[in-house]
Design a protein around this ligand. Structure first.
Ligand code: COA
Length: 334
């Protein structure tokens, strides 16, 4: 645990936004050859949200507006905005600067981080390090993904999995050295590119009629291959962070896994010896919202009064890259 550091970063506010439109399994049954039963048993998902108008920045701005209300501060007090997303409004400018304009954070600078489903965790640690230097006092980290914009709704393998959402946290210096972000372990493995990617639109395959015809602007996933490594990766890294901090599953109040598949979540929780009641799960309502899943869980559990100051929490993710990791923190908000 960061014993030698003078300043510890803590999450001092949390908020989320989900679009109103619900896409249920029953509706998907009418769109592709699938069943509610198959989707629920293979993934744990019942429904997901779809943003009908607007972009990732619109969802992020709504989450941040609420975040500022929750903390009782104005947008001009924000110093940095870091956005985790795989669905930026545009390749450039950074979605963070669009969000900055939309929320009126005129004194903030910002940039985006793209690390797929691990984007929020990576961004949280990048943001925390600005706080730990002592040079910054208010950093927003937001995960926002409009996954429906890169989902092929004729592909039953992938269209059942994803949804749209945004969630944000505020990082500030902790007023207690035992409370806040205490440790993290991150990994990447570039051999994962083949199994999970979106081929088109970047510098390798700029958009052409051909890339559109080949559906290269949609998510491609070899689900089975990703499933195996995701179970192992998320379970291993979560176990590793417990061991490194001399903790067991019994010491943890909440395990907050990336919500990609209920079976992956269950396998990781079992390996950590964590009781099901301590695992945050909302994949049934939202599906996989990529960079938003983890802060969306934190926000819902905090709003419900279940997540309390002093709670010991492990966050864990696995995603494209491959990228994966875990964070240990003590929750700071009453
Ligand atoms: N409805 C009905 N049948 C479907 C289906 C659907 N929506 N999608 C796939 N199937 C079929 C397949 O075509 C296959 O049929 P076949 O055996 O005749 O070929 C069968 O169901 C089994 O497919 P499979 O891919 O083995 O299913 P699975 O149990 O692995 O589940 C995923 C698929 C995608 C849900 C699962 O692999 C998964 O969650 N992968 C990891 C996702 C992840 O963690 N991503 C990382 C972060 S984004």
């Amino acid at each position: 645990m960061n014993k030698n550091k003078k300043t510890i970063a803590a999450i001092t506010a949390v908020a989320h936004y989900v679009p109103e439109k619900i896409l249920s399994n029953l509706e998907l049954e009418k769109m592709v050859d699938t069943t509610d039963e198959w989707i629920k048993t293979r993934t744990g998902i019942s429904e997901r949200r779809i943003l009908e108008k607007g972009a990732s920045s619109d969802m992020a701005a709504k989450a941040i507006d609420q975040l500022l209300k929750n903390r009782g501060i104005g947008p001009e007090e924000i110093e940095i905005i870091i956005t985790a997303t795989v669905t930026p409004d545009m390749l450039f400018p950074p979605t963070s600067t669009i969000i900055q304009r939309k929320v009126g954070a005129k004194n903030a600078w910002g940039f985006d981080i793209e690390a797929a489903c691990s984007g929020f965790l990576y961004s949280l640690i990048v943001g925390a390090q600005f706080i730990e230097t002592g040079n910054y006092k208010k950093v927003i980290v937001v995960g926002s993904d409009k996954m429906s914009s890169i989902t092929d709704y004729t592909d039953r393998n992938s269209c059942i999995l994803f949804g749209d959402a945004a969630a944000a946290v505020l990082l500030e210096p902790s007023n207690d050295e035992n409370i806040g972000i205490l440790d993290h372990i991150f990994y990447s493995d570039g051999t994962g590119e083949e199994a999970l990617h979106m081929k088109g639109g970047g510098s390798l395959n700029p958009p052409t009629h051909e890339t559109v015809d080949k559906k290269w602007h949609y998510i491609y996933q070899d689900g089975k291959a990703v499933f195996k490594v995701a179970v192992m990766g998320m379970a291993d890294v979560s176990e590793e962070i417990l061991k490194r901090n001399n903790l067991t599953g019994n010491d943890i109040d909440y395990f907050v896994p990336h919500q990609a598949n209920l079976r992956i979540i269950d396998a990781a929780a079992n390996r950590m010896g964590i009781d099901h009641s301590k695992v945050m799960i909302n994949i049934d309502k939202y599906g996989n919202t990529t960079a938003a899943t983890i802060p969306l869980c934190l926000s819902e559990w905090w709003l419900a009064g279940k997540l309390k100051r002093g709670n010991t929490v492990v966050l864990a993710s696995f995603g494209a890259g491959y990228t994966w990791g875990s964070i240990l923190l003590k929750w700071a908000i009453d």
